[in-house]
Design a protein around this ligand. Sequence first.
Ligand SMILES: [Zn+2]
Length: 293
Amino acid sequence: MLPEIFIIKLLDPLYKALMKVLVYHKIASKKQFEKQIHYLKNNYEIINPLLLEDYINNRIPLPENALMITFDDGDFSIYRNAYPILKAEKIPAIIFVITGLIGTNRPFWWDEIEYFIEGKEGRAKVWEVKKWSNTNREIFLKRLRKESNKQELEYRQLSLTELREMHDSGIVIANHSHTHPMFDQCSLEELENEIKISSNKLKKLNFISDAFAYPNGNFSRKSERTLKEAGMKLVFLFDHKINRGTINPFRISRLVVNDTTPIWKFKFILSGIHSRILPITKLIGKIYRKIKK
Ligand SMILES: [Zn+2]
């Protein structure tokens, strides 16, 4: 009798699917990013994000060495430093934007916390706030702005014209919620609002409204159900993993990289070994800190 695994492999062309999705945030170093793009272009089949839905739903086998490039938050530096390279090299990519920030001078809320509470304490606060209920997070931020004697933090976000320009040259603009709350800390009403407002805005602007990346990667059963009910088609995580086997369109894994990652480490992350070793090194660090105490 044939082993079960062999039958699955034979019947399911997607079984062997191995897809790597990278997630970037800010792009400060044009030079290093360009090096990474050249490496990717020479070693991978960089796929158009819009084709992914076809691959998954119509069970078309993915090309060997399939890779997708994504950016979260829609920082202005993507337009300034990444877009010129993507355009010149004709590389497809997807940018998940926070719809409430398009065309504004409002900062990301985690940058605000680190601006009002400086140094190590501010960084620790961001991590703490991410675990709070969404209502408490909002109350905290309002109080922080009001009680500080510092001026409010401002910097430019991507404008609609810049988003359009990128969209017109093949970059996919998609959904990263309206205000970037932690989806596992939201009430059902907050979830529905976040999805409705962001999707409507993207639809109105002729961008992609049904491909979504969880803010901070946080999700729950409730948020997954709400996204499904709202008609989302592709949902991306932030779990530092490679997609192996059949891809669940509501839990697409992504590898976390940034433009300053040197090529040797970049290759190490892409190999998948990094994601496997990381939990072990984290655990060792935790034990070490405990012993030190
Ligand atoms: Zn984000």
